[in-house]
Design a protein around this ligand. Structure first.
Ligand SMILES: [Zn+2]
Length: 316
């Protein structure tokens, strides 16, 4: 027997027909073995090996060593009530992080993949998905200033580096001071503060990514015109490059993939042929830069990251 006097009984997860009791930190949960086992073979092994010496309310007790009660609460609610976690609905970050931690640790693969794909809506592994990021109804994850840093920390903690390239490329959305000092947070991370090695990766990549906008994405502007109005188009290129020079000196672009060329504006300065060729080269360079993105942070290639996460190699 254990002294249950010092323990809390979960209000929401104490089922009268439950047949096993889980203990995380100081909280007890009475749930259904069959549902646990259905979601994870590791739970099956744990249930089979649960000691018969410790009994709570007639049920054997499983000690969930190292798990936070709040994380386990969200996970258990999700497996007992499939409607509890629905990525189509607005979702508190704490729910996603809790379910991802527990489902990763105990290899509850269906829920783990649901969480990863949910987080990929804001930090995807394909440029097409990045461009769909702001589509209506796409981003259902709780918004707060430290969110990008929180996703990076969660990806590192649960070993899902597939989330890192686009999240780290966006880490400057909190500004240099936020990145260096951390950002106050009111959810499961009291202060969202990256470890120094990750900060270093983000800061070093920042300069290289900013440079890539000028050298790679805007390379089309430095190509000589091959059209019927060479002088006019070259003059238009020069005027645009000067304007961008001022823009880059003052603007903070959180990621190269937020940078867009105003093609309508260019049409005023260059002929249709130059603009169309330029647009094709810009889009091609943007795609190449996206493919190279993980290398800016010393990460494996996209395909390798997707495979490691158990995701299809073809972006979805
Ligand atoms: Zn032209």
């Amino acid at each position: 027997m254990i002294d249950t006097g010092k323990l809390n009984y979960s209000a929401d997860l104490w089922f009268e027909d439950g047949d096993i009791v889980l203990k995380a930190e100081n909280t007890l949960f009475r749930v259904t073995q069959g549902i646990l086992v259905y979601h994870s073979h590791i739970f099956m092994q744990m249930v089979l090996q649960a000691p018969t010496t410790t009994i709570v309310d007639g049920c054997r007790l499983l000690e969930m060593t190292g798990d936070k009660a709040v994380d386990l609460t969200h996970f258990l609610k999700a497996i007992h009530d499939p409607a509890y976690y629905d990525p189509a609905q607005d979702t508190p970050f704490e729910v996603i992080s809790g379910i991802l931690r527990i489902s990763t640790k105990y290899n509850a693969n269906g829920l783990r993949l649901t969480c990863v794909r949910h987080l990929q809506r804001i930090f995807p592994a394909s440029l097409e998905d990045w461009d769909n990021r702001s589509a209506p109804g796409n981003d259902t994850i709780q918004k707060f200033r430290a969110r990008t840093l929180a996703v990076i920390m969660l990806a590192l903690e649960t070993d899902h580096p597939v989330l890192l390239p686009s999240a780290m490329a966006y880490s400057w959305s909190v500004g240099l001071e936020g990145l260096l000092d951390g950002v106050p947070s009111n959810h499961s991370f009291p202060k969202t503060d990256l470890d120094w090695a990750t900060k270093r990766q983000c800061i070093i990549a920042r300069d290289r990514l900013t440079l890539a906008i000028r050298t790679d994405l805007l390379a089309f502007m430095l190509k000589p015109a091959h059209c019927g109005t060479v002088a006019r188009c070259n003059h238009g290129r020069l005027a645009s490059l000067k304007a961008w020079g001022t823009f880059f000196a003052t603007a903070v672009i959180p990621t190269p993939f937020r940078f867009e060329v105003n093609w309508t504006d260019l049409t005023q300065r260059m002929c249709t042929q130059c603009v169309e060729e330029g647009r094709a080269e810009f889009l091609s360079a943007r795609w190449v830069l996206w493919e190279r993105l993980p290398s800016f942070f010393g990460l494996d290639e996209w395909d390798s990251l997707r495979r490691k996460a158990g995701l299809d190699t073809v972006p979805t």
